[in-house]
Design a protein around this ligand. Structure first.
Ligand code: KIV
Length: 289
Protein backbone atom coordinates (compact mmCIF):
# COMPACT_ATOMS: atom_id res chain seq x y z
CA UNK A 1 0.00 0.00 0.00
CA UNK A 2 1.31 3.46 -0.83
CA UNK A 3 0.94 6.38 1.52
CA UNK A 4 0.37 9.92 0.26
CA UNK A 5 3.20 11.86 1.85
CA UNK A 6 2.31 15.50 2.46
CA UNK A 7 5.36 17.54 1.51
CA UNK A 8 5.59 21.32 1.97
CA UNK A 9 5.24 21.63 -1.83
CA UNK A 10 1.92 19.80 -2.02
CA UNK A 11 -0.40 22.09 -0.06
CA UNK A 12 -2.05 25.04 -1.85
CA UNK A 13 -0.62 27.60 0.61
CA UNK A 14 2.93 26.38 0.12
CA UNK A 15 2.75 26.66 -3.67
CA UNK A 16 3.36 30.39 -3.40
CA UNK A 17 5.59 30.36 -0.32
CA UNK A 18 8.86 32.23 -0.75
CA UNK A 19 10.65 29.37 1.04
CA UNK A 20 9.37 25.87 0.25
CA UNK A 21 7.09 27.00 -2.60
CA UNK A 22 6.94 25.26 -5.97
CA UNK A 23 7.45 28.24 -8.24
CA UNK A 24 10.83 28.09 -9.98
CA UNK A 25 10.72 31.48 -11.71
CA UNK A 26 12.73 34.35 -10.26
CA UNK A 27 11.17 35.92 -7.16
CA UNK A 28 10.08 39.54 -7.49
CA UNK A 29 9.20 42.31 -5.08
CA UNK A 30 5.50 41.53 -5.72
CA UNK A 31 6.06 38.06 -4.23
CA UNK A 32 7.67 39.73 -1.20
CA UNK A 33 4.61 41.98 -0.71
CA UNK A 34 2.29 38.97 -1.05
CA UNK A 35 4.26 37.09 1.62
CA UNK A 36 3.72 39.98 4.08
CA UNK A 37 -0.01 39.88 3.32
CA UNK A 38 -0.02 36.11 4.04
CA UNK A 39 1.90 36.66 7.30
CA UNK A 40 4.70 34.44 6.01
CA UNK A 41 8.24 34.60 7.40
CA UNK A 42 11.21 34.23 5.06
CA UNK A 43 15.00 33.89 5.18
CA UNK A 44 17.65 36.03 3.47
CA UNK A 45 21.41 35.41 3.28
CA UNK A 46 24.29 37.41 1.92
CA UNK A 47 26.24 35.97 -1.03
CA UNK A 48 29.36 37.24 -2.77
CA UNK A 49 30.16 34.68 -5.47
CA UNK A 50 28.39 32.48 -8.01
CA UNK A 51 29.22 29.10 -6.46
CA UNK A 52 28.06 29.88 -2.92
CA UNK A 53 24.99 31.64 -4.31
CA UNK A 54 24.09 28.55 -6.34
CA UNK A 55 24.21 26.44 -3.15
CA UNK A 56 21.82 28.85 -1.39
CA UNK A 57 19.58 28.99 -4.47
CA UNK A 58 19.35 25.18 -4.54
CA UNK A 59 18.58 25.28 -0.80
CA UNK A 60 15.60 27.52 -1.57
CA UNK A 61 16.81 30.79 -0.03
CA UNK A 62 14.43 33.23 -1.73
CA UNK A 63 16.33 36.51 -1.32
CA UNK A 64 20.10 37.07 -1.40
CA UNK A 65 21.91 40.28 -0.58
CA UNK A 66 25.23 41.07 -2.22
CA UNK A 67 26.02 43.10 0.86
CA UNK A 68 28.82 45.57 1.35
CA UNK A 69 29.70 43.20 4.21
CA UNK A 70 31.83 41.72 1.40
CA UNK A 71 34.32 44.33 2.65
CA UNK A 72 34.91 42.46 5.91
CA UNK A 73 33.94 38.93 4.80
CA UNK A 74 35.37 38.60 1.34
CA UNK A 75 37.77 41.39 0.44
CA UNK A 76 39.84 41.66 3.62
CA UNK A 77 38.92 45.24 4.58
CA UNK A 78 38.41 46.35 8.19
CA UNK A 79 34.85 47.56 7.54
CA UNK A 80 32.31 48.10 4.77
CA UNK A 81 33.48 51.67 4.19
CA UNK A 82 36.17 51.06 1.49
CA UNK A 83 33.91 48.90 -0.74
CA UNK A 84 33.52 50.42 -4.23
CA UNK A 85 30.84 50.34 -6.94
CA UNK A 86 33.24 48.34 -9.15
CA UNK A 87 33.55 45.64 -6.46
CA UNK A 88 29.83 45.45 -5.72
CA UNK A 89 29.00 45.37 -9.45
CA UNK A 90 31.48 42.58 -10.21
CA UNK A 91 30.34 40.34 -7.35
CA UNK A 92 26.62 41.09 -7.85
CA UNK A 93 26.91 39.98 -11.47
CA UNK A 94 28.53 36.71 -10.29
CA UNK A 95 25.71 36.09 -7.78
CA UNK A 96 23.05 36.77 -10.43
CA UNK A 97 24.80 34.31 -12.80
CA UNK A 98 24.93 31.65 -10.06
CA UNK A 99 21.20 31.77 -9.28
CA UNK A 100 17.93 30.99 -11.03
CA UNK A 101 15.21 31.69 -8.46
CA UNK A 102 16.35 34.09 -5.74
CA UNK A 103 15.69 37.82 -5.84
CA UNK A 104 19.17 39.36 -5.83
CA UNK A 105 19.56 42.65 -3.96
CA UNK A 106 22.73 44.66 -4.61
CA UNK A 107 24.00 46.95 -1.85
CA UNK A 108 24.89 50.56 -2.67
CA UNK A 109 28.30 51.11 -1.07
CA UNK A 110 29.39 54.08 1.04
CA UNK A 111 29.84 57.18 -1.11
CA UNK A 112 27.66 55.95 -3.99
CA UNK A 113 24.37 57.64 -2.95
CA UNK A 114 25.01 60.12 -0.09
CA UNK A 115 25.50 63.08 -2.49
CA UNK A 116 21.82 62.95 -3.40
CA UNK A 117 19.10 61.31 -5.47
CA UNK A 118 20.83 61.79 -8.84
CA UNK A 119 24.03 60.10 -7.66
CA UNK A 120 21.93 57.31 -6.13
CA UNK A 121 20.09 56.82 -9.42
CA UNK A 122 23.35 56.66 -11.37
CA UNK A 123 24.79 54.02 -8.99
CA UNK A 124 21.62 51.95 -8.78
CA UNK A 125 21.15 52.03 -12.55
CA UNK A 126 24.67 50.65 -12.97
CA UNK A 127 23.92 47.75 -10.61
CA UNK A 128 20.67 46.93 -12.39
CA UNK A 129 22.09 47.22 -15.94
CA UNK A 130 25.59 45.78 -15.50
CA UNK A 131 25.00 43.20 -12.76
CA UNK A 132 21.34 42.36 -13.39
CA UNK A 133 20.17 42.71 -9.77
CA UNK A 134 16.43 42.84 -9.13
CA UNK A 135 16.65 45.45 -6.38
CA UNK A 136 19.15 47.62 -4.51
CA UNK A 137 19.65 48.37 -0.82
CA UNK A 138 20.82 51.58 0.79
CA UNK A 139 21.32 52.75 4.36
CA UNK A 140 19.42 55.51 6.13
CA UNK A 141 15.84 56.41 7.07
CA UNK A 142 14.59 59.99 6.77
CA UNK A 143 18.01 61.08 5.51
CA UNK A 144 17.79 58.74 2.48
CA UNK A 145 14.08 59.17 1.67
CA UNK A 146 14.68 61.43 -1.36
CA UNK A 147 17.11 58.91 -2.84
CA UNK A 148 14.60 56.06 -2.34
CA UNK A 149 11.80 58.10 -3.93
CA UNK A 150 13.75 58.81 -7.13
CA UNK A 151 14.94 55.20 -7.53
CA UNK A 152 11.40 53.87 -7.06
CA UNK A 153 10.06 56.42 -9.58
CA UNK A 154 12.70 55.17 -12.02
CA UNK A 155 11.47 51.59 -11.56
CA UNK A 156 14.23 50.30 -9.28
CA UNK A 157 12.94 48.43 -6.21
CA UNK A 158 14.66 49.57 -3.01
CA UNK A 159 15.28 47.74 0.25
CA UNK A 160 15.96 50.29 3.00
CA UNK A 161 18.26 49.72 6.01
CA UNK A 162 17.79 51.47 9.36
CA UNK A 163 18.84 51.00 12.97
CA UNK A 164 22.56 50.29 12.97
CA UNK A 165 23.91 51.39 9.58
CA UNK A 166 27.47 49.97 9.38
CA UNK A 167 28.64 52.53 6.79
CA UNK A 168 28.49 55.07 9.67
CA UNK A 169 30.95 53.07 11.81
CA UNK A 170 33.34 56.03 12.04
CA UNK A 171 30.56 58.27 13.39
CA UNK A 172 29.32 55.64 15.87
CA UNK A 173 32.84 54.65 16.96
CA UNK A 174 31.77 50.99 16.86
CA UNK A 175 28.60 48.96 16.31
CA UNK A 176 26.24 49.92 19.19
CA UNK A 177 22.62 48.74 19.56
CA UNK A 178 20.27 51.44 18.19
CA UNK A 179 16.79 52.67 19.21
CA UNK A 180 17.33 52.51 22.99
CA UNK A 181 15.51 55.23 24.92
CA UNK A 182 12.36 57.15 24.04
CA UNK A 183 13.83 59.65 21.57
CA UNK A 184 15.90 57.04 19.71
CA UNK A 185 12.88 54.72 19.47
CA UNK A 186 10.70 57.55 18.15
CA UNK A 187 13.38 58.37 15.54
CA UNK A 188 13.52 54.72 14.44
CA UNK A 189 9.75 54.71 13.94
CA UNK A 190 9.99 57.95 11.93
CA UNK A 191 12.77 56.42 9.81
CA UNK A 192 10.69 53.27 9.19
CA UNK A 193 7.65 55.27 8.08
CA UNK A 194 9.80 57.60 5.94
CA UNK A 195 11.30 54.74 3.92
CA UNK A 196 7.90 53.08 3.52
CA UNK A 197 6.35 56.38 2.36
CA UNK A 198 9.26 56.87 -0.05
CA UNK A 199 8.35 53.53 -1.68
CA UNK A 200 10.82 50.99 -0.25
CA UNK A 201 9.56 47.41 -0.68
CA UNK A 202 11.22 46.16 2.55
CA UNK A 203 13.37 47.49 5.35
CA UNK A 204 16.31 45.94 7.18
CA UNK A 205 16.29 46.59 10.95
CA UNK A 206 19.79 46.07 12.29
CA UNK A 207 20.65 45.81 15.99
CA UNK A 208 17.50 47.24 17.53
CA UNK A 209 15.65 46.03 20.64
CA UNK A 210 13.25 43.17 19.84
CA UNK A 211 10.20 45.02 21.27
CA UNK A 212 10.84 48.05 19.06
CA UNK A 213 11.38 45.87 15.97
CA UNK A 214 8.09 44.11 16.76
CA UNK A 215 6.30 47.46 16.90
CA UNK A 216 7.81 48.59 13.59
CA UNK A 217 6.76 45.26 12.04
CA UNK A 218 3.17 45.77 13.26
CA UNK A 219 2.97 49.36 12.07
CA UNK A 220 4.44 48.92 8.57
CA UNK A 221 2.75 47.29 5.60
CA UNK A 222 6.15 46.48 4.01
CA UNK A 223 8.16 43.58 5.46
CA UNK A 224 10.88 44.11 8.06
CA UNK A 225 14.08 42.09 7.71
CA UNK A 226 15.74 41.66 11.08
CA UNK A 227 19.40 41.21 11.95
CA UNK A 228 19.88 41.34 15.69
CA UNK A 229 16.30 42.66 15.93
CA UNK A 230 14.43 39.80 17.62
CA UNK A 231 11.96 37.20 16.43
CA UNK A 232 8.99 39.32 15.38
CA UNK A 233 10.39 40.65 12.10
CA UNK A 234 8.84 39.33 8.88
CA UNK A 235 12.21 38.06 7.63
CA UNK A 236 15.66 37.37 9.04
CA UNK A 237 19.00 38.00 7.37
CA UNK A 238 22.48 36.79 8.30
CA UNK A 239 25.87 37.27 6.76
CA UNK A 240 26.51 33.81 5.29
CA UNK A 241 30.05 33.45 6.62
CA UNK A 242 28.72 34.05 10.17
CA UNK A 243 25.77 31.66 9.67
CA UNK A 244 28.00 28.84 8.38
CA UNK A 245 30.91 29.19 10.82
CA UNK A 246 33.37 30.49 8.21
CA UNK A 247 34.10 33.84 9.89
CA UNK A 248 37.45 34.18 11.60
CA UNK A 249 37.19 35.13 15.29
CA UNK A 250 34.25 36.49 17.27
CA UNK A 251 30.79 36.68 15.74
CA UNK A 252 28.01 38.97 17.05
CA UNK A 253 25.74 37.60 19.81
CA UNK A 254 22.68 37.53 17.52
CA UNK A 255 24.34 35.06 15.13
CA UNK A 256 23.43 31.38 15.23
CA UNK A 257 26.02 29.17 13.54
CA UNK A 258 24.55 26.28 11.57
CA UNK A 259 27.87 24.70 10.53
CA UNK A 260 31.61 24.93 11.23
CA UNK A 261 32.87 25.43 7.67
CA UNK A 262 36.12 27.13 8.67
CA UNK A 263 37.22 24.07 10.61
CA UNK A 264 36.00 21.65 7.91
CA UNK A 265 37.82 23.55 5.14
CA UNK A 266 41.01 23.82 7.20
CA UNK A 267 40.90 20.06 7.87
CA UNK A 268 40.44 19.34 4.15
CA UNK A 269 43.40 21.59 3.26
CA UNK A 270 45.60 19.87 5.89
CA UNK A 271 44.59 16.37 4.69
CA UNK A 272 45.47 17.36 1.09
CA UNK A 273 48.83 18.80 2.19
CA UNK A 274 49.70 15.68 4.18
CA UNK A 275 48.80 13.43 1.24
CA UNK A 276 51.01 15.46 -1.10
CA UNK A 277 53.95 15.53 1.31
CA UNK A 278 53.56 11.82 2.13
CA UNK A 279 53.08 10.74 -1.49
CA UNK A 280 49.50 9.44 -1.03
CA UNK A 281 48.13 11.90 -3.60
CA UNK A 282 47.82 11.53 -6.52
CA UNK A 283 47.08 7.79 -6.35
CA UNK A 284 46.78 5.45 -9.35
CA UNK A 285 43.10 6.36 -9.92
CA UNK A 286 43.99 10.05 -10.24
CA UNK A 287 46.72 9.44 -12.84
CA UNK A 288 46.65 9.15 -16.68
CA UNK A 289 48.80 6.75 -18.72
O1 KIV B 1 26.01 44.25 3.95
C1 KIV B 1 25.30 43.45 4.58
O2 KIV B 1 25.58 42.25 4.66
C2 KIV B 1 24.10 43.96 5.23
C3 KIV B 1 23.33 43.02 6.07
C4 KIV B 1 24.00 42.86 7.37
C5 KIV B 1 21.92 43.43 6.21
O3 KIV B 1 23.79 45.10 5.10
Amino acid sequence: MTHAVKTPDSSPKDTKALYGGTSSRRITVRDIAAAKARGEKWPMLTAYDAMTASVFDEAGIPVMLVGDSMGNCHLGYESTVPVTMDEITLLSAAVVRGTKRALIVGDLPFGSYQEGPVQALRSATRLVKEAGVGAVKLEGGERSAHQIELLVQAGIPVMAHIGLTPQSVNAYGGYPVQGRGEEAAAQLLRDAKAVQDAGAFAVVLELVPAELAAEVTRVLHIPTVGIGAGAECDAQVLVWTDMAGMTNGRVPRFVKQYAQLREALGDAAKAFAEDVVGGAYPAEEHSFH
